[in-house]
Design a protein around this ligand. Structure first.
Ligand code: TXA
Ligand code: MG
Length: 316
């Protein structure tokens, strides 16, 4: 069931059921973050491997100390500047963070999402002493993340309707790719997943150089194959020749549509590229296309997150 009243979402979540929530990045599948059976339902609904950790979504930065024992000054600065916004911080967990949330690691991921409806839900839950919801992207595991309530319905509508869950419709997600995940356990920021907050923004706010991860982190969004439609995604650079047969095509507007291709998206800016991307990949499947050609955006900034997701979508 798709609803627009945040109070319905509050009730459903407070009763241990699932509610898909809109965020500025993508829609999340929310459950009370301290309710083991609700968390188990999240894994079941998504078909997600059990050891993959979840992000706790909170109403404000003031709730961070409930979930992480400490954050370095640079991370607090970053949080205060960016939240509510597309940033996830990974810090040392408090006992409130369950093993099922952290994937048995000694860290937990937290964020304050920037969507007015969802912030209302989180604030009202706090008033009922529920200080956070887990919310992985509201798609079947490995599939393209949802940026509309309708996308959530396609992937999880059946499960939710059978189990008393609902979808809170907050319109299309503004950013369209997932949050930037930053490891905040050391002297310098480490980017585990690029996203809506760019390296440059992190560097400007903290004044610190960004370090690379030391070992492969447990981030399912960094699996080589992820974010994938059924159609086969083929990546091109602007100078590559585009084959002449029926396929989907995604590129900046200035790049002409090859003959026979089905244009799925014609963004004029990198922000539009990101916000249209997942809907365009889903459209390819609706149109029954077997292949989608994508001319990758270059540059740094948000283009890095777009290339990251497309590279995983293209991986066999
Ligand atoms: O924008 C987003 O972050 C969206 C919206 C709904 O907020 N959520 C999202 O959740 O992308 P999900 O579960 O699809 O991806 C979260 C990533 C996962 O890849 C998970 O492995 C990683 O966060 N993660 C969670 N806890 C972690 C931890 N303690 N250490 C490292 N990675 C962690
Ligand atoms: Mg995901």
């Amino acid at each position: 069931m798709i609803v627009t009243d945040p109070d319905l979402a509050v009730d459903v979540l407070a009763h241990g059921r699932l509610c898909a929530i809109p965020t500025e990045t993508v829609y999340g599948l929310a459950a009370n973050a301290v309710d083991e059976s609700a968390i188990a339902a999240v894994f079941e609904a998504k078909g997600r491997p059990l050891h993959h950790p979840l992000i706790v979504h909170m109403a404000s930065v003031d709730e961070a100390s409930l979930w992480v024992t400490s954050l370095p000054d640079w991370a607090l600065d970053l949080a205060r500047n960016v939240w509510p916004g597309p940033l996830t911080l990974v810090g040392p967990r408090t006992p409130r963070a369950l093993d099922s949330v952290t994937g048995n690691q000694d860290t937990v991921a937290i964020r304050v999402p920037a969507h007015p409806l969802t912030l209302q839900v989180l604030e009202k839950l706090s008033q009922r002493n529920i200080f956070g919801v887990v919310a992985p992207s509201a798609n079947r595991f490995g599939h393209v993340s949802p940026t509309t309530a309708h996308h959530v319905e396609e992937d999880l509508g059946h499960y939710l309707s059978v189990h008393g869950g609902i979808i809170l419709d907050g319109g299309p997600s503004r950013i369209g790719v997932e949050s930037t995940i930053v490891l905040a356990t050391g002297s310098h920021p480490v980017v585990l997943r690029p996203g809506g907050i760019t390296r440059k923004m992190i560097n400007n706010i903290t004044g610190l150089e960004i370090r690379e991860p030391e070992s492969a982190p447990r981030v399912s969004g960094t699996l080589e194959s992820h974010y994938a439609p059924d159609a086969h995604v083929i990546l091109l650079s602007a100078t590559d020749e585009i084959p002449d047969h029926v396929a989907g095509f995604i590129a900046f507007q200035e790049i002409a549509t090859p003959s026979q291709s089905v244009r799925l998206s014609s963004p004029t800016t990198i922000d539009e590229f990101a916000s249209d991307l997942y809907a365009a990949l889903r459209q390819a499947d609706h149109d029954g296309l077997e292949q989608v050609y994508v001319v990758l955006p270059h540059d740094d900034g948000l283009a890095e997150a777009v290339r990251d997701r497309l590279t995983r979508a293209a991986h066999e």
